[in-house]
Ligand binder design. Structure first.
Ligand code: 16G
Ligand code: ZN
Length: 531
């Protein structure tokens, strides 16, 4: 077949470095950019096969998120804006690691296993972050796509969630929104303005937000979006990419891990600040108090703020819809306690990685999911969206109920349901704070985080650690969990777990307890038990 000849020929232009094996990990392939050209070409091929199989548009995003600027990565986006299924992650790994001469036979194998009709049309959309390597790498993706005569559309510089949004819009005949960058800005800003315009006495100070763009794509896109927000949000942008290096001493990951503000941000006491990560799919908030102490409001605090707001509106609207919050083992124990015992919402815990949280959240009428690191969104079931829309239009509903339903309707429109999105999350947080008349300090005091500590441990083979119960218990090696349990017993309000990282060659240790001294000691002791 001519298609395969072209694949053979063109793949020679994207040679695989000898002896290199890579794995499609938690968020796709990620490694030094130098080693990724062949992977990109091959992901162009695989995205085309996936498109033929699903008869839908598939996305390919070139980014390494919060990794250093020298790294890069790629991930595939499935028809509804989700991560690809595990079977296709397996194919991605096989295809990326195939020797040059075996490439076509590995492809034919996938085509056979999935019974793909190669005469089907295909459509692939691509996007990339601001890394210097991203432009060439995304060209390699498009080279792969063109080998199989697929239709392609390159969105160029976009945030990861913007590409997820394009894929979802493209596959739902525009019902979700218009599949253009302009369409994205218009949808979100319209909802944001509708939510905030009726809020009385919002001062300019309350409208002001300091944003750390991590010197990445999020900064660029915030500048583009600003005119659409019509001064309802006044963003002061730092680390906008004009001079600093991507993710270097800035960005959501740096702020969360270091528990300190990014470099270059001029914070006044009490001022609301937030940081995006390198591809703008994660966000954390923070402020300095008048004594100069730094306060971090992470994904758990965001989930609490949003779920509390949604629950109140549902009660006001008289809608009987179940709100659940999906967390991971990293969620601070105080947040889980507060959600379960005070807010009385269902809380469930999944393995780390957005795809796990996303799938769990789909099980509820309204599923709020956030990782502590700031990655998350809200999913509304069809039933929930329909009930909200019906009530907002119901001529017999009371003004109070209708008002709540309209707020809910605009909230649905403001949220990027394809995936966690720093820009959309920021706008929803700003809207909630405005509507509820809350300062960042009010938000922070909803509950107090338990002191916690994360450590990394380098071991010979991290795969010897196997976990269960959403990574909260180690099943192997034998005796490890018993040792952890014994250590945890020595401290008050304590909890600890270990898990092999899905993105780095390390074992991660997490601990929390009643005081910082206790938790530091506990984390240290647990890390010794891992050896
Ligand atoms: C990836 C995941 C993130 C997760 C992190 C855990 C996506 C898009 N990203 O970055 O959600 O928190 O991995 O890394 O799924 P770890 O396994 O090294 O701890
Ligand atoms: Zn990211």
């Amino acid at each position: 077949m001519a298609q395969f000849e072209e694949v053979s020929q063109k793949s020679a232009l994207h040679p695989k470095p000898k002896g290199l094996t890579l794995q499609y990990g938690t968020a796709g392939f990620r490694t030094t950019a130098k080693h990724l050209d062949h992977v990109m070409f091959r992901m162009g091929l695989l995205a085309t096969l996936r498109s033929k199989k699903t008869k839908s548009t598939i996305g390919v995003m070139v980014t390494a998120s919060h990794n250093p600027e020298e790294d890069n990565g790629v991930k595939l986006i499935d028809p509804m804006g989700e991560m690809v299924t595990p079977a296709w992650e397996g194919y991605a790994t096989e295809l990326a690691n195939a020797d040059q001469e075996d490439l076509c036979s590995v492809m034919k194998d996938i085509i056979g296993k999935e019974a793909i009709d190669m005469s089907e049309a295909a459509s692939v959309v691509t996007g990339r972050d601001t890394r210097p390597s991203s432009e060439n790498l995304s060209r390699a993706v498009l080279d792969g796509v063109s080998c199989l005569q697929s239709h392609s559309l390159d969105f160029g510089l976009v945030t990861t969630p913007q590409l997820h949004y394009m894929v979802l819009c493209g596959n739902t005949n525009g019902c979700y929104g218009t599949a253009t960058i302009q369409g994205y800005y218009e949808k979100l800003s319209k909802a944001f303005i509708a939510l905030t315009k009726n809020v009385q006495k919002r001062t300019d100070d309350q409208k002001r937000l300091l944003v750390d763009g991590a010197n990445g794509i999020g900064a660029l896109k915030m500048k583009e979006m600003e005119p659409f927000l019509k001064s309802e949000l006044q963003v002061e942008l730092f680390n906008d990419g004009s001079s600093g290096k991507l993710n270097y001493l800035c960005g959501a990951d740096y702020v969360k891990v270091q528990q300190k503000p990014p470099q270059g941000m001029e914070m006044r006491p009490g001022q609301r600040c937030c940081s995006f990560d390198g591809d703008a799919d994660r966000i954390v908030y923070y402020y300095n108090d008048s004594a100069g102490h730094f306060h971090l409001l992470d994904g758990d605090k965001i989930a609490t703020l949003i779920s509390t707001y949604l629950k109140e509106l549902l009660t006001q609207a008289g809608l009987n819809l179940q709100v659940a919050v999906v967390q991971t083992a990293y969620a601070n124990g105080s947040s889980t306690q507060y959600l379960e015992n005070v807010m009385k919402v269902t809380v469930c815990c999944t393995k780390t990685g957005v795809k796990h949280l996303h799938h769990a959240a789909q099980e509820f009428d309204i599923g709020v999911y956030f990782e502590a690191n700031g990655h998350g969104t809200v999913l509304f079931s069809k039933k929930a969206e329909e009930q909200i829309q019906l009530l907002a239009k119901d001529p017999n509903a009371s003004d109070d109920k209708k008002h709540a339903a309209k707020l809910l309707e605009n909230t649905v429109n403001l949220i990027n349901q394809a995936t966690g999105d720093a820009i959309s999350d920021m706008l929803i947080i700003e809207a909630v704070l405005a509507i509820r008349g809350m300062t960042v300090q009010d938000w922070d005091t909803i509950y107090t985080d338990l002191p916690n500590r994360q450590l990394k441990v380098k071991v010979a083979d991290r795969r010897v650690i196997d976990t269960t119960d959403a990574e909260r218990k180690a099943v192997t090696p034998a005796g490890l969990q018993d040792s952890i349990d014994a250590l945890v017993k020595k401290y008050k309000q304590a909890r600890a777990f270990v898990r092999p990282s899905g993105t780095e060659d390390v074992v991660r240790v997490y601990a929390e307890a009643d005081t910082q001294e206790s938790v530091d000691a506990l984390a240290h002791q647990v890390s010794l038990a891992v050896y």
